[in-house]
Write a protein that binds this ligand. Structure first.
Ligand SMILES: C[S@@+](CC[C@H](N)C(=O)[O-])C[C@H]1O[C@@H](n2cnc3c(N)ncnc32)[C@H](O)[C@@H]1O
Length: 426
């Protein structure tokens, strides 16, 4: 059991180590000042682990010092934080505060198109959370955190998706569960259906709402640009060296960004990108033919519904961020539909975040919490779920006894996804 004193000792000890590591890597100790908007870029694994050890101990220290009542109230009101960051991002407030300078609230209000009073209240709430500083009454400049948004469009895109559409669905989860409990024909399949009542599921919605589709793709592309969700995590997590000229089928591969990331590691492989979404496939086809005609020659984009029997006999099938969108029953259906395409020894790679096996623990660092956030999000959007390796193994076996679990790799040093490998043995 952690005590205040023991936690403080851990923090002191780890902070001393951190100072040493920062010195060794020529990184200036971080401050809240604007220039420190990305202090840990290029850090090594030891530094990252030490930072996270500090975060874990500090989070526990904070919980003990706050006490249960404050913790519960803070959790209940965290939607105010989410709403505030969403307004900051939507109205590009950080992007309109000059870097290295300051701006009056009147000038900033004119730039972002918000009433000055609303802007002032938004900024002053955000300052409480560490974004921006008020250098004199009514005059605003950047802190390190707000400057990070101004410097990184992809951070903005991820955070906007998280605090806007995702948050709306997460906040309707309670209503959805109440309605599902009551039952009846009107019960929603997921919280998604309460936020977007015109559509059956998110994929149908994205096909009909181009603005929303654009934001969804920006969110996805933004994520891929971060170390946490980078497609290079998949490249690093499996041995691609022996693939040779085999055929890799990316099922639900969208615009093909996973195959593009794999192209260098598998210079002779043929890629088949399958998706139900014609727009995504066409985007990928066009992007690839101008960016890399040589890769385009060994890549095809094919419309395919993964609930229908697989028609391509490949050597390796990738399912990246697919199964968590679907219930156990649907996952089994997708895996059964794959069987007609499978040759003896075919490899199936699942690239997803992996739920830890129980018993559950307190999660203190974002890396540990991320998978639980995604799991709740999958529940709210799709009535889907994140799964453990054991969960996947059970579903594969349920779909067909010839699927065999091989191994799980990756998912370390801050990478969100692991690669779970199965083989099909006839
Ligand atoms: C969360 S995205 C993952 C995309 C990509 N694999 C990645 O890792 O970024 C889910 C993908 O599944 C596709 N999809 C949804 N339903 C499908 C179906 N029935 N058949 C094939 N693809 C489908 C979507 O169009 C979307 O591209």
């Amino acid at each position: 059991m952690s005590t205040l004193g023991a936690l403080v000792s851990t923090i002191v000890e780890k902070t001393t180590t951190l100072s040493l590591l920062l010195g060794q890597q020529n990184i200036t100790p971080p401050t809240f000042a604007e220039d420190d908007h990305s202090p840990y870029q290029g850090e090594n694994v030891a530094l990252r682990q030490t930072r996270y050890d500090i975060v874990r101990a500090a989070q526990d220290l904070l919980r003990l010092a706050q006490g249960p009542e404050d913790q519960i109230l803070q959790l209940a009101w965290s939607s105010a934080d989410t709403s505030n960051i969403s307004v900051v991002l939507q109205f590009k407030i950080a992007e309109n505060v000059p870097l290295g300078g300051s701006i009056t609230s009147a000038d900033l209000a004119a730039k972002v198109g918000l009433p000055e009073d609303i802007l002032l209240r938004t900024l002053r709430y955000a300052i409480g959370n560490g974004l921006f500083v008020e250098t004199a009454p009514g005059v605003f400049a950047h802190s390190a955190t707000s400057a990070a948004v101004a410097h990184s469009p992809s951070l903005r895109d991820i955070a906007l998706g998280g605090s806007n559409e995702q948050a709306q669905m997460l906040l309707r989860l309670t209503d959805a569960l109440v309605l599902q409990q009551k039952g009846g024909a009107d019960a929603p399949h997921a919280a998604f259906n309460l936020v977007f009542p015109k559509y059956q599921n998110i994929f149908e919605c994205l096909a009909m709402e181009p603005d929303l589709a654009m934001r969804y793709h920006l969110y996805m592309m933004g994520r891929v640009k971060t170390d946490r969700w980078s497609t290079t995590n998949m490249v690093k997590s499996w041995d691609w060296a022996n693939v040779g000229s085999k055929a890799i089928v990316d099922v639900g591969g969208s615009a093909g960004h996973t195959c593009m990331a794999l192209a260098e590691a598998c210079p002779q492989a043929k890629f088949i990108i399958q998706d139900v979404d014609k727009v995504a496939l066409e985007q990928g086809r066009q992007a690839l033919s101008s960016a890399s005609p040589a890769l385009a020659e060994r890549t095809s984009f094919v419309q395919h519904d993964f609930f229908q029997p697989q028609t391509v006999s490949g050597d390796i099938y990738i399912f990246r961020h697919i199964f968590h969108d679907w219930s156990d029953e649907d996952t089994v259906r997708i895996l059964k539909a794959l069987v007609p395409g499978l040759i003896d020894g075919a490899t199936i790679l699942v690239s997803e975040g992996i739920m830890p096996e129980p018993p559950a623990k307190r999660t203190n660092a974002l890396d540990e919490k991320q998978i639980l956030i995604e799991d709740l999000f999958m529940l709210a959007v799709h009535n889907g779920r994140e799964r453990s390796v054991e969960d996947f193994t059970k579903l594969f076996k349920l779909a067909d006894a010839r699927y065999e679990y091989v191994t799980t790799t990756g998912g370390i040093d801050g990478a969100f996804q692991s690669t779970v490998e199965f083989k099909f043995k006839t």
